[in-house]
Design a protein around this ligand. Structure first.
Ligand SMILES: NC(=O)C1=CN([C@@H]2O[C@H](COP(=O)(O)OP(=O)(O)OC[C@H]3O[C@@H](n4cnc5c(N)ncnc54)[C@H](OP(=O)(O)O)[C@@H]3O)[C@@H](O)[C@H]2O)C=CC1
Ligand SMILES: CC(=O)N[C@@H](CCC(=O)OP(=O)(O)O)C(=O)O
Length: 361
């Protein structure tokens, strides 16, 4: 289960399972301009053999491929160096090992390989993992936090969209044990509707979603234990991370996540110190932009791009820090981060294929 070995100069072939979903569409958009990663096959259960551009009008004249003319993705094992699973939870857990055993690297955009132990997986997802033997070697795919481990990974558990934003916002404090372990962290976040995928339930349809803002999954959203597990790994050995509560909200936008995290630091931390720490922490990470005051993150400033915009403030009245992050849920929250992870796995520049200027306004 060691790392992938590919000459840095060679073009690497990619396969995609879950072909007609939103994350697959984003992967195709990014792969279309990636100089080293090229689409070899794309599998769709519902559009077998159809031209990709007939499903995604935005890809007309850009992607000439058709969905693979096979009934099962297993028929494609051994034909790509990297396989992306852009499928609902449970699919990669069953099918990824076949591709791993055929020698491919796997980046799973679902939640199947985000936890490293089966007990946590079972507690959060309410069922046993069909291939727990792969969990310990999977690497949580936030390159800004786990770059060294990812460089040697074969299997990447690409993070949830909300955890990407919240963990990037909190990581500099967690890594340096600057969070008070006895004060709960509050993560309040908004998501655009594409966060629920391309076939969401009736509550996500236009009449109910437009001109409406609503919380959901409170308490007990599955991203709370995901954030908690990773936060626990970020704090130095022997230290504990604070518990956290998570309040997601659905907002009437197509894309974008804004996460606002409120935490009590271990001691008073003036704005200048916080800002300096955040600047230093992310200095070598091209996809995180630490904003200078008075700027604050906004989803539109990152739309369509792999950027995570961060701001950090000290609130002297409440004695808390407020860490804010904006991402595009489909890019840094899903497909963009998946491509960034492959760039790290292959030893390429993390920016390869991702240099899209955000679409503003
Ligand atoms: N949307 C987002 O912002 C984010 C999504 N994710 C995760 O990424 C994964 C993909 O998300 P997204 O693209 O939004 O989801 P979509 O629902 O848009 O797409 C998922 C695709 O998977 C295929 N599929 C559906 N059911 C099954 C099944 N039972 N077995 C095999 N394939 C199936 C379908 O494609 P086809 O019929 O073509 O095979 C479907 O279009 C999910 O696990 C999601 O939780 C993670 C972070 C952010
Ligand atoms: C708006 C919306 O519904 N968002 C999704 C999160 C998308 C995601 O990251 O889901 P996975 O962890 O399953 O990959 C949700 O809250 O369930």
């Amino acid at each position: 289960m060691g790392g992938v070995s590919h000459p840095r100069s060679r073009r690497v072939s990619a396969g995609i399972v879950g072909g007609s979903g939103y994350s697959a569409l984003e992967l195709l958009r990014l792969l279309a301009r990636h100089p080293r990663l090229e689409l070899k096959w794309i599998f769709s259960r519902s559009h077998t053999g159809e031209p990709v551009a007939s499903v995604y009008p935005s890809l007309r004249g850009v992607v000439s491929a058709s969905f693979a003319p096979v009934e099962e993705p297993a028929a494609l094992a051994g034909q790509a160096d990297v396989v992306f699973f852009a499928t609902p939870a449970g699919v990669a857990a069953e099918q990824a090992p076949l591709f791993l055993e055929s020698g491919a690297a796997v980046v799973d955009l679902s939640a199947d390989f985000r936890f490293r132990d089966e007990e946590t997986y079972r507690r959060v997802y309410g069922k046993s993992h069909p291939h727990p033997e792969w969990l310990a070697s999977s690497v949580y795919g936030i390159p800004e936090l786990f770059r060294d481990e990812l460089a040697h990974a074969r299997l990447v558990g690409n993070p949830g969209c909300y955890p990407t934003a919240a963990l990037l916002a909190l990581a500099p404090l967690a890594r340096e044990a600057l969070l008070d372990p006895d004060a709960p962290i509050v993560v309040s976040a908004t998501s655009g509707i594409s966060g629920a995928g391309s076939q969401p339930g009736p509550a996500y349809h236009f009449p109910g979603a437009t001109e409406n803002v609503r919380p959901y999954g409170v308490p007990g959203h599955r991203h709370a234990p995901e954030m908690a597990a990773v936060l626990g790994r970020l704090v130095p050995p022997g230290k504990s991370a604070p518990v956290l509560t998570f309040i997601p909200h659905l907002v009437p936008a197509s894309r974008g996540i804004l996460a606002t995290c409120v935490a009590r630091p271990a001691r008073e931390m003036p704005d200048e110190e916080l800002l300096e720490r955040y600047r230093r922490f992310y200095a070598s990470h091209p996809w995180v932009r630490v904003l200078e005051p008075p700027e604050l993150p906004q989803t539109k400033a990152v739309q369509g791009s792999n950027f995570c915009d961060l701001a950090i403030r000290w609130d002297p009245v409440a004695g808390v820090v407020v860490a804010m992050a904006a991402i595009d849920n489909l890019v840094k929250g899903a497909a963009g981060q998946a491509v960034q992870n492959v760039n790290v796995l292959m030893g390429w520049d993390e920016r390869e294929g991702l240099e899209v200027v955000p679409l503003y306004p």
